[in-house]
Design a protein around this ligand. Structure first.
Ligand code: 7PM
Length: 293
């Protein structure tokens, strides 16, 4: 493929997802957190049941991919051991493997990536951009897609003093370097997507600058872009609302990301986001012949 040829599909394990075709709405990735918050009563069996019910609800609501995460990356959150992360995510992967939607796993650990790939997941979503030793070579031996995300610093401390001379240029350069590393490891470009990492070592100003430049970053890097803005603190900063009241702000952000050209939006509120994407997408498909004079 020529370097600047537009990509039409993301090769995602068992699936080929439409991403560049203007006749398709942006894909909605639903967040499935398997963290201690969901172990409040009844222990592991109950939490597995809850996770499966949540996934089934998202499927009924029209989700396009399910992102399973077992490690909290919240600033200052306690570290989770590899064993604990595996105990959280693997039963959910096995239970959902044949749910009819591609599964993504949100992890930074090689051991979790390996177990997830062996279990047949379709995408690895790594907030560390596959910088851990062995990650790219593991992925090159699989057919799983990669979501390459930018983060400045480490989750524990990244929000203390984020600093950039030019956030868009620096995030783009980082993503370009990681795309190159993946290509050099023998991973096809069709298996890659990129993510500017909203809230990961960024101030509100940085996040807004990135949101405005989604289109240019995607064009320059020639890889579909995933945007994760759902319920993030930037929505809280803009609306003054606590996390459980950020849905309307998150929908506005998802729409803006879509309008700027994002191909995948990563969200908590699947039904509402799918509706918003349908409305936005219809507005881009106007057939001029049907307009009134
Ligand atoms: C607490 C704070 C829990 C923040 C979870 C989070 C992204 C991601 C996350 C993202 C990609 C959240 C984050 N965010 N992966 N994983 N992009 N690719 O808000 O923006 O879900 S964790």
């Amino acid at each position: 493929m020529k370097p600047n040829q537009t990509l039409s599909a993301l090769q995602c394990g068992r699936y080929r997802l439409p991403v560049a075709d203007a006749s398709h709405r942006p894909l909605v990735m639903g967040i499935l957190n398997v963290t201690p918050d969901s172990f409040s009563d009844g222990g592991r069996h109950a939490s597995l049941e809850l996770a499966i019910t949540h996934a089934e609800n998202m499927i009924a609501e029209g989700v396009d991919l399910i992102d399973i995460g077992g490690e909290s990356t919240r600033p200052g959150a306690p570290a989770v051991s590899v064993e604990e992360e595996l105990r959280r995510v693997m039963p959910v992967i096995f239970a959902l493997r044949d749910c009819g939607r591609p599964l993504s796993v949100d992890t930074r650990r090689l051991a979790v990536m390996r177990a997830a790939i062996d279990a047949g997941v379709d995408m690895i979503n790594d907030i560390d951009a596959f910088r851990c030793e062995g990650a790219l070579s593991l992925l090159s031996d699989s057919d799983s897609a990669l979501c390459i995300m930018h983060m400045q610093g480490e989750p524990q401390s990244m929000q203390q003093a984020p600093h950039y001379e030019d956030v868009v240029a620096e995030v783009s350069a980082f993503l370009a370097e990681r795309i190159d590393a993946a290509l050099k490891a023998g991973i096809a470009r069709q298996r890659l997507c990129i993510d500017p990492g909203f809230g990961f070592g960024k101030t509100l100003g940085h996040n807004l600058a990135l949101l405005q430049h989604i289109g240019s970053m995607q064009t320059a890097l020639n890889v579909p872009l995933l945007a994760g803005l759902s319920r993030k603190s930037m929505i809280g900063q803009l609306t003054g609302r606590p996390i459980e009241k950020r849905m309307a702000g998150s929908l506005a952000a998802a729409l803006l990301a879509a309008q700027q050209g994002a191909k995948i939006v990563r969200v908590h509120d699947v039904a509402e986001t799918v509706d918003a994407m349908k409305v936005w997408h219809a507005s881009t498909q106007t057939n001029r012949k049907n307009e009134n004079p």
